[in-house]
Design a binder for this molecule. Structure first.
Ligand SMILES: NC(=O)c1ccc[n+]([C@@H]2O[C@H](COP(=O)([O-])OP(=O)(O)OC[C@H]3O[C@@H](n4cnc5c(N)ncnc54)[C@H](OP(=O)(O)O)[C@@H]3O)[C@@H](O)[C@H]2O)c1
Length: 352
């Protein structure tokens, strides 16, 4: 099988914002498709979706729906992934899962395409796609890990509402409209109004006081970067932006590094773009990153609180629906197709 061998791809959660972006990315990249099977809950079964001029009917995501599927891109929440990913694998599909269900499971590779592609080769049926906040952080951290070493990382996120899904986009739009009309704002998705606000609660709170979103950044970064003891802490904040997450990152490195050296290293990472000319108001912006596949980094400066030139501060922005979810999932699909890794590792010829 080569990368261009047409494959049967299932998108689970095809009616959601990530699922819709997956369909768009597959189409834009002209992923060679034998069949595109769109799956969602029973609520949406029978609906039709237009894909590149063709109309495709949405089916219900049930175990039998995965017969004949080569790769299943899951984006329908953790419970659906827990229930159905093993059923898809049992029918011969390789699952690329966008939920939190399998990311930290030992033996399940957690892959960012330009950071740890080789990890995908060990899969036994499921490959996990990281959380969107982790996704845009690790390509930049990789550049520092491989040059001057990472001592400690602090990341504070400014996350868009599309990271929560379609209902949250509707909620922000409704609250903005209510504000303009002078009527009362309603909130059902978030615990507080999100319009004109900054809410430091993403996902549930854990016994250690972190939100689960913050803890995902900690654990997933360690796994992807192969740095299990990395000292890293995060604060995750939801803000009233529709698309793209922004992150303020402070890094203590092992060896000294100048901002100019860091910019050169960042720009050399595939898929990373340096936008850094503050005097001319040039730095990454959520609005400009939306719709793009790259990770944008700027405001690179010395962190003056760290001695010996070992501190850096910078700003990282990326479209959470594209690189943060759909694009990386499709890149993993392209990677495993190109390298002949679609059967599980133990089933490949020559496997022990
Ligand atoms: N949004 C992001 O930036 C982002 C980034 C990384 C990861 N993710 C993850 O991606 C997943 C989906 O997120 P989203 O933002 O696309 O959410 P969303 O817009 O709310 O869409 C949810 C999708 O899941 C489907 N679904 C719900 N229950 C189902 C069930 N029982 N069986 C089959 N399908 C079911 C829905 O289908 P119906 O139309 O039938 O309800 C819909 O297609 C979540 O796991 C999320 O954590 C999201």
């Amino acid at each position: 099988m080569t990368q261009r061998t047409p494959l049967t791809i299932a998108v689970v959660g095809a009616t959601g914002v990530v699922g819709q972006t997956m369909i768009q990315v597959l189409t834009e990249r002209e992923f060679p498709l034998r069949e595109l099977r769109l799956l969602a809950s029973g609520r949406s079964a029978g609906r039709t979706v237009s894909v590149g001029g063709r109309t495709i009917e949405v089916g219900e995501a049930v175990p039998e729906a995965f017969a004949g599927v080569d790769i299943a891109l899951f984006s329908a929440g953790g419970t659906v992934s827990e229930d159905l990913a093993p059923a898809a694998v049992a029918r011969g599909a390789t699952v690329i899962d966008n939920s939190n269900a399998w990311r930290m499971t030992p033996g399940v590779p957690l892959v960012v395409s330009q950071v740890n592609p080789d990890d995908a080769g060990t899969h036994e049926g499921i490959i996990a796609n990281p959380n969107c906040s982790t996704m845009q952080l690790v390509p930049v951290l990789m550049a520092l890990r491989d040059s001057v070493g990472l001592e400690r990382v602090i990341v504070d996120t400014y996350q868009s509402v599309s990271g929560t899904g379609a209902d949250a986009i509707t909620e922000l739009e409704g609250q903005v409209r209510a504000h303009v009309e002078g009527s009362a704002a309603e909130n059902t998705v978030y615990p507080h109004p999100i319009a004109f606000n900054a809410v430091p609660e993403i996902d549930i709170f854990l016994p250690n006081g972190y939100s689960r979103e913050e803890w995902k950044v900690v654990q997933e970064s360690r796994k992807i970067l192969h740095l299990p003891d990395l000292r890293i802490s995060a604060t995750a904040v939801r803000i009233p932006v529709f698309v793209s997450h922004s992150e303020a990152v402070h890094v203590e490195t092992r060896a000294a590094i100048t901002p100019d050296e860091a910019r050169t290293l960042f720009a050399a990472v595939p898929g990373v773009v340096v936008q850094d000319d503050p005097a001319n108001h040039v730095y990454p912006l959520a609005t400009e990153a939306a719709g793009r596949d790259e990770v944008f980094v700027g405001r690179v400066r010395r962190d003056e609180s760290i001695p010996d030139g070992r501190g850096l501060a910078f700003w990282v922005v990326s479209d959470n629906l594209r690189k943060g979810a759909a694009t990386n999932a499709v890149e993993i699909a392209e990677l495993i197709a190109a390298r002949g890794w679609i059967p599980r590792a133990s089933e490949r010829a020559g496997a022990a």
